[in-house]
Write a new protein. Structure first.
Length: 192
C-alpha cells in the first residue's frame, strides 16, 4: 500500500541528507476530541493506534473507540521523501512512530527535528533563545500564527537516511516507491 507523500520544504532537504534532521511532525487528521489523553498501539500486523479518552465528570463514561493509521508508513518500511514539488529526493527507513501533543516535544526531539539555536540574530532569532521557542516559531511560520497554541495531536516520525535520489533513470526495484518515474537512486554512504 502506497502511503501519503512525506513532503519537505527546500531548506530542510540538506539537513535531512546530511543526517541532522531525523524526525518530523505531521498533524493528525482528523483531530480527536479534547477528552483524548493519549494513544495506545494495537499488537500484530496492520495494527492501528487507539485513542484513550478521559471521562468528563458528570457525564456518562465514553465507550467509543477511535482508531488512527499513520498515512506515511510504519516502522521498518522504507519510505520516499519528497520536496514541495513532489519530486523524491531520498529514501529513508522509518525507525520510530508515535502520537503526541505538539507542545510535548522535548529539547532532544527539537534537535532531532534539525532545529538549532542561532548564535546571532540574523535569522530573526535572538542569541540564547530556547530551542523549543525557535521550533514553535518555525511551526507557526509553516502552519499559521496560532498553530503552536492550538497544540494539536501530531504524528512523530523518526527516520534514517538510506539513499539520496538524483534525476536520471529509476531503478526498477524502487519504481513503485517513487512518484516520478524519471528518477533513480544513488548511495549516500550514510549508515542506518
Amino acid at each position: 500500500m502506497k502511503g501519503q507523500p512525506l513532503r519537505f520544504a527546500a531548506d530542510l532537504i540538506a539537513p535531512i541528507l546530511d543526517g541532522r534532521k531525523v524526525q518530523t511532525r505531521r498533524i493528525l487528521k482528523p483531530q480527536p476530541p479534547q477528552t483524548t489523553s493519549g494513544w495506545l498501539r494495537e499488537m500484530g500486523p496492520n495494527a492501528k493506534w487507539v485513542a484513550v479518552e478521559e471521562t468528563v465528570p458528570g457525564r456518562p463514561p465514553r465507550r467509543r473507540v477511535r482508531r488512527a493509521t499513520c498515512p506515511y508508513g510504519e516502522p521498518g518500511q522504507t519510505i520516499p521523501l519528497y520536496d514541495e514539488e513532489g519530486n523524491a529526493f531520498a529514501l529513508a527507513l522509518l525507525v520510530g512512530l508515535r502520537l503526541q501533543r505538539l507542545q510535548d516535544i522535548s529539547d532532544a526531539d527539537v534537535a532531532a527535528e534539525g532545529c538549532v539555536n542561532q548564535t546571532t540574530s540574523r535569522g530573526g532569532f535572538l542569541p540564547g533563545m530556547p530551542i523549543k521557542s525557535i521550533f514553535a516559531l518555525s511551526w507557526c511560520e509553516t502552519y499559521g500564527a496560532r498553530a503552536w497554541a492550538v497544540n494539536p495531536w501530531v504524528w512523530v516520525l523518526e527516520f534514517r537516511m538510506r539513499e539520496a535520489i538524483v534525476a536520471a533513470e529509476v531503478d526498477p526495484r524502487q519504481q513503485d516507491l517513487l512518484a516520478s518515474p524519471q528518477q533513480s537512486r544513488v548511495r549516500t554512504g550514510l549508515s542506518i
